[in-house]
Design a protein around this ligand. Structure first.
Ligand SMILES: NC(=O)c1ccc[n+]([C@@H]2O[C@H](COP(=O)([O-])OP(=O)(O)OC[C@H]3O[C@@H](n4cnc5c(N)ncnc54)[C@H](OP(=O)(O)O)[C@@H]3O)[C@@H](O)[C@H]2O)c1
Length: 310
């Protein structure tokens, strides 16, 4: 009997995923029916995005795993009806996109590109930027995305310090952990990149105290989640110039409300949650591989630890 895979995500997602996901399931050797509607009692797997109307997982008693299309799972992880294993999205193309966004915005600030791109006064200022090796970076979050970005920046010679919850060993990148580690990572960072999940522990991790630890003029790049930053504290630090610029891709409310001070602040760049997108062809292969593993009795990849929240 074919497996029933319920696709519980937006119409747009269905449009992008229907063909590549069917192809990936077949390539993985799975006899599966991919559908947008099914008797809950007959569903074997759920491919899921939190934008779906499906919010009550309790009728899906036979479901062996919920496979998220998103890397961030904060909108589903605490759902009390979700008792099935939950896997988050780790997609090579998503990581690739994040590396490009982080490297691009880091280089923009490092090279001071705005001074030349926006130079209405036609000022001939021949000041050269320092080399990347003289611009320390703190990478907050050394998971799939943070590690890929840390490696890319280190390859450009930025001295990157990683920070995570648990100790890490990454070739060529000194890694710190825990609260003391955070303070040490921030104390020298001229560029801070936040690639942490949103959990009760990471909310407002950049606040008045931690922003105060940064050297004068440091730049923040936040492609993680809006809630990682205390917005009032950041605006205050931008006002005094203690933080030189913030390039923000994610916000507590999205789309960012028209009257939000970030839109008009001269030291803030807003990008509309486009740092990295899951790409259907590669993400479909990740989902199919996880279903194959589950059916073969192998452990699921990228399983979310419900207690940790990511
Ligand atoms: N803007 C976008 O387009 C976009 C796209 C995709 C994802 N994202 C965001 O990026 C986030 C990171 O994704 P990922 O795939 O790299 O996640 P991940 O592999 O789960 O990595 C998360 C990292 O954060 C660390 N961390 C978690 N809680 C912490 C704490 N309390 N203190 C210190 N470190 C902590 C983890 O530490 P350990 O290693 O010690 O566990 C890990 O290194 C996602 O959760 C999502 O919010 C944004």
């Amino acid at each position: 009997m074919p497996l029933t895979v319920l696709f519980a995500a937006s119409d747009g997602n269905w449009h992008s995923y229907a063909a590549p996901l069917r192809a990936a399931l077949a390539e993985a050797g799975l006899d599966a029916t991919l559908t947008r509607e099914a008797d809950p009692a007959a569903v074997d797997y759920i491919v899921y995005a939190p934008t779906s109307p499906l919010q009550d997982f309790s009728p899906y008693a036979r479901c062996k795993a919920v496979l998220s299309l998103w890397a961030g799972v904060e909108r589903i992880v605490a759902n009390p009806t979700l008792t099935q294993p939950l896997c988050r999205m780790v997609d090579p193309a998503l990581s690739e996109g994040m590396v490009e966004w982080v490297a691009g915005h880091a280089l923009r600030h490092h090279l001071g590109m705005d001074r030349h791109i926006l130079n209405p006064g036609r000022i001939w200022d021949p000041t050269c930027p320092p080399l990347a090796r003289e611009r320390p970076v703190a990478m907050l979050g050394m998971g799939e995305l943070g590690t890929a970005c840390a490696r890319a920046l280190a390859a450009l010679n930025f001295p990157v310090t990683g920070w995570s919850r648990t100790p890490k060993a990454v070739d060529g990148i000194p890694c710190l952990h825990g609260p003391d580690g955070l303070d040490r990572a921030l104390a020298t960072a001229q560029i801070v990149v936040t690639l942490l999940p949103k959990t009760p522990e990471t909310e407002n991790i950049l606040n008045a105290r931690t922003l105060g630890l940064l050297p004068q003029g440091a730049v923040i790049l936040n492609p993680g989640r809006g809630a990682l930053i205390d917005d009032d504290a950041l605006l205050a630090a931008l006002e005094t110039g203690h933080v030189g610029h913030a390039t923000l891709d994610v916000f507590r409310t999205e789309p960012l409300p028209q009257d939000h001070p970030y839109w008009s602040h001269p030291r803030v760049t807003v990008t509309p949650h486009i740092a990295a997108d899951t790409r259907a062809p590669s993400a479909s292969r990740v989902i199919a591989e996880n279903i194959r593993r589950s059916e073969a009795g192998e452990p699921l990849l990228h399983r979310v630890d419900r207690a940790r929240g990511y």
